[in-house]
Design a protein around this ligand. Structure first.
Ligand code: HEC
Ligand code: HEC
Ligand code: HEC
Length: 508
């Protein structure tokens, strides 16, 4: 999984958690060992290790990969044991490489229930002496998970601390990639590839009608979305644009997603980018052979005839090189410097008091256990009805459609969706995979009702909403809500590259 996390995302959080949780399964402590004797943790690594130890001794009976089940006890408990195990296994299975959740999310889930002392269930601790949480267990997490320091650990600012805007740009532009091993022209290639991807992203020739580009549905001036409930693709037989089945998520910060799409069917951005052109509803082509037609249209473009060889040598214009370039461009679509980022960076005034209250609520009521990581989400697949029925999707919800089970065909993955990231969420309405909720406050209220144990008051909803409004970041140093089409249009900027010494390749 660590391969999926690009350098800018490797904040403290990833370190804490990957070090700590890689050993979830391994670090088995005997259940009789007393945690009272353990010191309050001094470092994040210690905190993670201690959380794991608690997990192994007090939680594994229900949350382990192989829960402990005893027919007699189940009978005596009138089936409570079975219900507990079923509930626990649905809520959270301790399995480091499940592929559907990053270690960061696992850790936050454990931290959350330890802080709020909501686990293990009271009935269980009554019949299993020694399993109740001790003050020390709670201290482990309370010590590490409240206030700004907690948010830093859980989320990490998008731009690493101490990095200037120029350094950050250079850093992001030079993200490691597989097709161009670094050589003396690596810089020019990286820069050229991003520009190439940028042009392709805006190129309507990827569609049958030469009218639809990636940007049609993922408009960079609209938070990376189309602000429509359902996206409009190429026209159908009736001459009207065909509608997709599901709401278009943002492309900003999408590189941070554990997998792409609501159902996770694409492993990464390059794989994802191959989808829309061959989607009959979106860009209109339908067969892998159609890439040849796309390539021949693109080959008529003089700039492409220079750029493809510069970046890809003799590989030519193919599905692979097209999607690789688009993915490289998308990796630059990261949005640092939100009010939240500035607050994490130490600027106390960056967020209002209400936003800070919202942030605390976001931690306390467990929003952060799913909306985790530097992008506040994207790190796991989760049930959309963890704590109550599917009210959120009363409108537009289709049973079994668009969720993880669509891709894996596993019954237990029904109603599981890739958690959306909440960066810039104030700009990406309408909400949910159904696109049926227009207003952010309403989305927050629904989340409280379906995903937490806390009934939302108007005040809570207002606080959390204002916290989410502090998530609007910047692209190219401009706040996302101020970007114009001119700011985001492709423009050849190699000579503006900070510290660039390589002679720019001439693109006429
Ligand atoms: C007796 C079985 C049992 C034990 C032991 C147990 N849990 Fe749970 N756990 C459950 C059940 C049942 C649920 C589902 C609760 C619900 O849906 O309301 C759950 C839910 C959770 C969740 C999902 C989030 C949430 O708040 O619902 C987390 C995280 C969790 N448990 C962590 C732990 C940790 C950490 C421990 C050990 C300190 C633990 N559990 C011990 C039964 C158990
Ligand atoms: C007709 C509208 C449309 C076009 C054109 C389109 N997309 Fe999308 N995009 C969507 C929709 C709808 C989804 C969600 C589909 C799903 O999850 O099943 C999506 C999903 C994505 C995702 C996944 C984001 C996430 O959070 O999982 C990325 C990245 C993306 N598109 C990038 C692109 C790129 C790059 C192109 C151009 C090659 C493109 N899109 C063209 C509508 C469109
Ligand atoms: C158990 C995991 C989980 C928890 C806890 C959770 N969410 Fe979500 N959240 C999701 C999933 C999954 C979706 C996507 C649901 C869908 O599209 O049907 C989502 C969607 C959202 C959206 C809509 C985003 C968009 O772009 O469509 C917002 C806003 C949101 N959550 C906020 C919150 C807040 C605030 C909390 C705490 C009160 C919270 N969430 C708690 C999993 C969770």
């Amino acid at each position: 999984m660590s391969k999926k996390i690009t350098p800018y995302l490797q904040g403290i959080s990833a370190a804490v958690v990957l070090i700590g949780l890689s050993g979830v399964a391994a670090a088995i402590l005997s259940p009789s060992e007393s945690h009272e004797s353990l010191p309050v943790p001094q470092t994040p690594e210690q905190a993670a290790n201690m959380a794991n130890a608690v997990m192994q001794s007090k939680c594994a009976d229900c949350h382990g990969e192989k829960p402990w089940f005893n027919g007699w006890i189940n009978l005596f408990s009138l089936g409570q044991m079975k219900r507990d195990i079923e509930g626990a296994q649905r809520a959270f299975v301790m399995k480091p490489d499940s592929g559907i959740r990053s270690a960061n999310v696992d850790f936050l889930k454990i931290a959350q229930v330890l802080r709020t002392r909501s686990m293990p269930p009271a009935l269980y601790t009554m019949v299993h002496p020694g399993t109740a949480l001790t003050l020390n267990d709670v201290a482990i997490m309370s010590h590490y998970y409240s206030g700004r320091e907690a948010m830093k650990r859980a989320f990490a600012p998008i731009r690493p601390a101490g990095m200037t805007q120029d350094e950050f740009t250079a850093y992001v532009w030079n993200m490691p990639d597989s097709t161009t091993p670094p050589d003396q022209h690596a810089l020019a290639k990286a820069w050229g590839k991003v520009y190439l991807g940028h042009r392709l992203y805006y190129d309507t020739r990827l569609s049958t009608t030469n009218e639809v580009s990636c940007a049609s549905c993922h408009d960079l001036t609209r938070g990376g979305t189309d602000n429509l409930p359902k996206s409009e693709g190429v026209p159908g037989p009736d001459g009207k644009p065909q509608l997709g089945g599901v709401n278009a998520p943002t492309v900003y910060n999408a590189e941070g997603n554990i997998r792409q799409f609501w159902d996770g069917r694409a492993a990464n951005l390059q794989e994802q980018a191959g989808g829309p052109p061959l989607n009959p509803v979106e860009m209109g082509y339908s067969h892998p052979e159609d890439w040849k037609e796309i390539a021949s249209k693109l080959a008529k473009d003089k700039e492409y005839r220079i750029l493809f060889p510069l970046v890809y040598g003799d590989k030519g214009i193919t599905a692979e090189t097209i999607t690789d370039a688009i993915a490289a461009f998308e990796r630059t679509l990261v949005t640092p410097d939100s009010a939240f980022d500035r607050y994490l960076g130490g600027d106390d005034k960056a967020m209002t008091e209400q936003q800070k209250a919202g942030m605390e609520a976001f931690l306390t009521y467990g929003c952060a256990t799913c909306h985790a990581g530097p992008t506040l989400g994207g790190q796991s697949f989760e049930y959309i009805n963890t704590h109550s029925p599917l009210r959120a999707h009363a409108k537009g919800y289709q049973e079994g459609a668009f969720g993880l089970n669509d891709f894996t065909k596993k019954e237990e993955h029904k109603d599981m969706f890739r958690v959306p990231n909440l960066r810039n969420v104030a700009l990406t309405a309408p909400y949910f995979h159904t696109g049926t909720v227009n207003n952010l406050e309403e989305a927050v209220r629904i989340m409280f009702e379906t995903q937490t144990r806390k009934a939302p008051t108007d005040e809570l909803v207002a606080d959390v909403t204002s916290f989410l409004q502090a998530q609007t970041g910047c692209y190219k140093g401009i706040p996302l809500d101020k970007l114009t089409q001119k700011d985001v249009a492709p423009e050849f900027v190699l000579d503006q590259m900070p510290g660039n010494t390589v002679e720019p390749a001439k693109a006429e």
